[in-house]
Write a protein that binds this ligand. Structure first.
Ligand SMILES: Nc1ncnc2c1ncn2[C@@H]1O[C@H](COP(=O)(O)OP(=O)(O)OP(=O)(O)O)[C@@H](O)[C@H]1O
Length: 230
């Protein structure tokens, strides 16, 4: 049996605010294999972002385990966890989070700096990825010279630069018009489907999402509605 790209076992995440305890995740079990594009939907406060943050090692469960590629990320030290995130997880955000003074290819190459490499050593890979996301003619443009959809494509190329097996997207179409958003969703689907080892998980309020994703996880009050083994 293949190891799931992501597995949650009895995951609880509580936040304590004074006397009050919020159960952001209230016993989540899931196993997601690579090669698919999964969306996470549900009402505000249901726990969607918490789920994504735990998948990406940005937050830790109060109890239960989160495995990425078969490794329990709760057992890693902070330093190992940061390294693990850089190589195993690609993040895509609603507001792109590009650096305004850098060109498109330099933005794509930034994660390589964190590995102690130079930007220029990644220029070839960054340019190739920009071509892949349809921006081969925009490699020297700065973010202010790009449309919202183009900025999100740069951010997607940046998420791919270290070839991570898991890509996590938090409302990636939330700041785009619906036509541009559909293009971004199609690109994310292509990225998931072109590699059987790659899982793409997206938190969204986008009503088009269910049409383009292979599986929809619905969250409510910190729990998943259905059996999430795919
Ligand atoms: N750092 C925190 N401290 C305290 N409570 C938190 C924290 N982060 C999230 N919560 C609470 O956990 C619950 C789940 O929040 P989460 O952001 O995961 O929901 P969501 O489904 O992503 O919502 P939205 O669609 O509005 O972004 C909410 O009740 C929220 O208030």
């Amino acid at each position: 049996m293949t190891t799931p790209a992501v597995r949650f076992t009895n995951v609880i995440r509580e936040y304590r605010l004074g006397e009050e305890v919020v159960h952001a995740l209230d016993g989540v079990n899931l196993a997601l294999t690579g090669g698919q594009f999964v969306s996470v939907i549900g009402p505000s406060g249901a726990g969607k972002s918490t789920l994504l943050h735990l998948m990406g090692g940005l937050d830790q469960p109060t109890s239960g385990s989160v495995e990425v590629g078969g490794r329990d990320i709760g057992t890693l030290t902070d330093e190992r966890l940061a390294e693990f995130r850089r190589h195993h997880i690609g993040f895509i955000f609603q507001f792109f989070n590009l650096l305004p003074t850098l060109t498109a290819w330099e933005n794509v190459a930034v994660p390589r700096l964190l590995d102690g490499r130079t930007l220029s050593s990644a220029q070839g890979d960054a340019t190739e990825l920009l071509r892949r996301v349809g921006l081969g003619d925009r490699i020297n443009h700065r973010p202010a010279e790009l449309s919202g959809g183009q900025m999100q494509r740069v951010a997607i190329a940046r998420a791919l630069i270290n070839d991570p097996p898991v890509i996590l997207a938090d409302e990636p179409t939330g700041n785009l018009d619906s036509k541009t958003g559909r293009g971004v969703l199609k690109l994310l689907a292509d990225i998931a489907h072109s590699d059987s080892d790659r899982l793409v998980v997206m938190v969204t309020h986008d009503s088009n999402a269910a049409d383009v994703t292979d599986h929809v996880l619905t969250m409510r009050d910190g729990r998943l509605d259905d059996n999430a083994e795919t």
